[in-house]
Design a protein around this ligand. Structure first.
Ligand SMILES: NC(=O)c1ccc[n+]([C@@H]2O[C@H](COP(=O)([O-])OP(=O)(O)OC[C@H]3O[C@@H](n4cnc5c(N)ncnc54)[C@H](O)[C@@H]3O)[C@@H](O)[C@H]2O)c1
Length: 422
C-alpha cells in the first residue's frame, strides 16, 4: 500500500520554514504542507505559495493554530530561539511530533525540561542539526566509525563564521545580544559541538573555554565613523561592513531580514536602513555575542579535542588524528588540495583524496535537503531516541555548549558531571 504523506505545519514563517517548505513541496509523495502560523501576513502568504496546497490554512500566531484540533503529524518550530521552549512545549502537549529548530532552547534547564516532556508524552522531536545530514559529515562519520583512522585520539575543529556574516547576524542581527537569544557557542556552534561529540562517540567529561569580543567594539571604530552607515561615513567606500552593501553585492542577505527585498527601490531600502538594526555601524552596536571562542575538551574514551569559533575565517575545518591515520577535511583542504577530505596513512604516508557531491538545494552543504529527505524515515523509526538528530542525542551537544559558556564566563574548567548532577 502506498504510504500516506506526512502532514507538516509550522509555527514561525521565516527563512528556515521557507527552506523546509520549499524542499518538502518537491516531494509530494512524502509530505503535505497543511498549515502555518506567523504574525506577518506577507510571510503567511509566502508559506501558502510554497505549500502548493489549495487547502493550506494560515493562522496569525501559535495560539490560533494550536487552538484548532491537531492538523498535522509534525509541527515545525522555527520561531526565534527565545520562543522555542514555549512553542515546542505547547505543540507537544497538543499531540504533535516536532521538527525543532536549533537551539533546543536558551537555557539548559529548559532543554532538559523539554526532553522530559517529550519522553513523558511519548512524542518525537527531531532537532535541526542539519550538518548530520550532509554527505560530507556522513562520509567523515563513516570513515571514523569504520576504523580507517584507528582509534580517535585527538581532533582540531574550526568554524569560520566569516566577517560579513558575523556583522549581519551576531553584531547587528537576531543573535547579537546573547542575553536575548543564546550565547554564540550555542546559537552558532551547537552544530559543531553536536558533530564533534557524534564523531568522537563518547560523552564529554570536562572542558574549558576562552573568548570574547575583540573586534566589534566602539574603540575599533574608524575615526569619524558615525552611528549609521547612512549618515555619510568617511570610510564607507572601503569598509567591509558598510550597510549600503545590502543594496549591491549583499542584496541576497537583505532577503533574510526584509520582506520586500525583492521588489523595494533603493530609496526605500536606504530609508529602512536609517532606522533598522542592520543600518548601524558594526562598531557601535549593543552586541554581546563573542567574535572568537575556543573550547578545549576531554572525552570518556580518553580522546581530547579543540574547537575554535572565529568571525575571521570562512567555513568549517576539521583534523582528526587516529592511531592509524590522520584525516584533514573542510574548507582549507578544499582550497589547497581541491578535494573535501584527505586521509594520510601513518605507515605508508599514502594520501587518499575524497571529493563529495552534494545536493545544493536549501543550504548547509546539502544538510537542509538531507534533513527534509530523511524526515519521513526518521519519523518512522521504532524508537524516537534512535532518530539521527533526536532530542535525546542533541541534549549532549547543548550540554557541552552551555558548559563551555559557563567556563568562558567564570574562567573555570567545567566538569560535565557537575552540570549533569545539577
Ligand atoms: N538549523 C540551522 O542551521 C539554522 C540556521 C539558521 C537559523 N536557525 C534557527 O532557526 C530559527 C528561525 O530562524 P529564522 O531565521 O527562520 O527566523 P525569522 O526571524 O526569519 O523567522 C521567525 C518567524 O517567527 C515569527 N513568529 C514570532 N512569534 C510568533 C508566534 N507567536 N507565532 C507564530 N509566528 C511567530 C516571526 O514573525 C518570524 O516571521 C531560529 O531559532 C534560528 O536560530 C537554524
Amino acid at each position: 500500500m502506498k504510504p500516506q504523506p506526512l502532514k507538516l505545519a509550522a509555527i514561525g514563517c521565516g527563512s528556515r520554514t521557507f527552506i523546509y517548505f520549499e524542499l518538502a513541496a518537491k516531494q509530494p509523495e512524502l509530505y503535505a504542507i497543511v498549515a502555518a502560523a506567523d504574525h506577518n501576513a506577507a510571510r503567511r502568504t509566502k508559506a501558502r505559495e510554497l505549500s502548493r496546497n489549495p487547502d493550506f490554512r494560515e493562522f496569525v500566531d501559535d495560539a490560533a493554530l494550536l487552538a484548532e484540533p491537531k492538523l498535522a503529524d509534525v509541527m515545525i518550530i522555527a520561531t526565534q530561539d527565545a520562543f522555542h521552549f514555549a512553542h515546542a512545549s505547547a505543540a507537544l502537549r497538543k499531540g504533535y511530533d516536532l521538527l525543532l529548530e536549533k537551539p533546543i532552547s536558551t537555557s539548559l534547564a529548559d532543554v532538559l525540561a523539554l526532553d522530559r516532556l517529550a519522553t513523558g508524552l511519548g512524542r518525537r522531536v527531531l532537532v535541526c542539526h542539519v550538518l548530520r545530514y550532509t554527505p560530507f559529515y556522513r562520509r567523515v562519520k563513516e570513515i571514523v566509525a569504520g576504523g580507517r583512522l584507528g582509534e580517535l585520539v585527538s581532533f582540531e575543529a574550526t568554524e569560520g563564521v566569516e566577517a560579513w556574516h558575523q556583522g549581519h547576524s551576531f553584531v547587528r542581527g537576531h543573535w547579537a545580544v546573547a542575553e536575548k537569544a543564546t550565547p554564540m557557542i550555542i546559537a552558532k556552534s551547537c552544530h559543531d559541538t553536536d558533530i564533534l561529540s557524534w564523531l568522537v562517540d563518547s560523552p564529554c567529561i570536562s572542558l574549558n573555554s576562552f573568548g570574547g569580543i575583540m573586534h566589534f567594539r566602539p574603540e575599533r571604530a574608524p575615526p569619524g565613523a558615525p552611528a549609521r552607515c547612512t549618515d555619510g561615513c568617511p570610510v564607507g567606500d572601503t569598509c567591509l561592513y558598510n550597510a549600503l552593501r545590502y543594496l549591491g553585492d549583499r542584496r541576497n542577505w537583505l532577503g533574510l531580514i526584509y520582506d520586500r527585498a525583492g521588489t523595494a527601490s533603493d530609496a526605500e531600502i536606504v530609508d529602512w536602513l536609517k532606522v533598522s538594526p542592520w543600518g548601524r555601524c558594526v562598531y557601535r552596536c549593543d552586541n554581546t555575542a563573542v567574535d572568537h571562542q575556543t573550547v578545549n575538551m576531554t572525552f570518556a574514551s580518553g580522546a581530547t579535542g579543540t574547537f575554535t569559533m572565529t568571525a575571521f575565517s570562512e567555513g568549517r575545518d576539521l583534523a582528526i588524528f587516529g592511531t592509524k591515520a590522520r584525516l584533514l577535511a573542510g574548507e582549507r583542504v578544499k582550497r589547497l588540495a581541491g578535494c573535501d577530505i584527505v586521509i594520510e596513512d601513518h605507515t605508508t604516508h599514502a594520501l587518499e583524496r575524497i571529493t563529495i557531491d552534494f545536493d545544493q538545494d536549501g543550504g548547509h552543504g546539502g544538510g537542509d535537503a538531507g534533513l527534509v529527505r530523511m524526515l519521513y524515515s526518521e519519523m518512522s523509526k521504532p524508537q524516537a531516541a534512535d532518530m539521527e538528530s533526536s532530542l535525546q542525542k542533541s541534549v549532549e551537544s547543548h550540554l557541552i555548549g552551555f558548559a563551555a559558556e559557563e567556563s568562558r564566563v567564570t574562567g573555570r574548567t567545567v566538569h560535565l558531571a557537575e552540570i549533569r548532577a545539577r
